[in-house]
Design a protein around this ligand. Structure first.
Ligand SMILES: [Zn+2]
Ligand SMILES: [Zn+2]
Ligand SMILES: [Zn+2]
Ligand SMILES: [Zn+2]
Length: 242
């Protein structure tokens, strides 16, 4: 299916809908779509704005009718019929287009809202623009980001604090465990090396004390004294005391 059109530049008919070049004037016969009104705009009249996408390293092109950017003269209110200046008073129209930092779509500079505070250095669509308020959305996003960053910071600090306490506790537990092990080794050591001698001596002292209590009283008392000293030594050794 192939429809015919008139050339947007010179009016020549018929021009194919897929033609790139007008047979009569050799210009682009169909023009481009205007970003604002979505109607065709001739190459000779269009205002072009390109947006570079740093992620894909590509340019997106946007086209405008001059009269779509300035509907009327801001000085004498005469409607714009398609020029770069007012047809009645000659006031130049403002056709500067920039890119909204929030949505990366074209933005008329005279309608842009300048970022303040959290949004420093950026230009944004305000509430009276053709797209809606990107400024409000960007500000909300920036505010939330600040809040999130702060929460992350607090969470990280709390984690570090808890980790410090956990480490301290585990060091203390480690220390206690080592102490208990050391004591146990000491007790084991005592049972192996000293206990047999001391126990035998103590038992012998008790026996001697009992046997001699009626015949050699003072000797018996000394034996009992050794016996008591032995009991004390056994108690100290069994419990790993110093
Ligand atoms: Zn033509
Ligand atoms: Zn337009
Ligand atoms: Zn004017
Ligand atoms: Zn925007």
């Amino acid at each position: 299916m192939n429809n015919f059109y008139s050339c947007i530049e010179c009016g020549y008919y018929p021009v194919s809908s897929t033609a790139r070049k007008c047979p009569q004037c050799s210009r682009n016969p169909l023009g481009e779509n205007c970003y604002i009104c979505n109607k065709r705009v001739a190459d000779s009249k269009k205002i072009t704005h390109s947006v570079w996408n740093s992620k894909s390293d590509t340019h997106t092109y946007y086209y405008f009718h001059p009269e779509c950017l300035n509907k009327a003269c801001p000085v004498c209110s005469t409607p714009n019929t398609g020029g770069y200046s007012c047809s009645k008073c000659g006031h130049p129209f403002d056709i500067r287009i920039t890119t909204c930092l929030h949505c990366l779509k074209p933005l008329q500079e005279r309608l842009a809202v300048k970022g303040e505070g959290l949004l420093e250095y950026g230009l944004y669509h305000g509430s009276i623009s053709i797209i809606g308020s990107c400024y409000d959305q960007a500000l909300r996003a920036a505010t939330e980001k600040v809040k999130r960053d702060e929460e992350d910071r607090i969470r990280a600090a709390r984690y570090m604090e808890e980790k410090k306490i956990r480490d301290q506790i585990s060091r203390e537990e480690q220390r206690q465990k080592q102490e208990i092990d050391k004591k146990q080794r000491k007790i084991d050591d005592w049972w192996q090396k000293e206990a047999p001698g001391i126990i035998i001596t103590t038992v012998v002292c008790a026996g001697l004390g009992l046997l001699t209590i009626s015949t050699a009283f003072w000797f018996s008392i000394i034996c009992f004294a050794y016996f008591l000293a032995g009991i004390l030594n056994i108690f100290i050794g069994m419990n790993g005391l110093d």
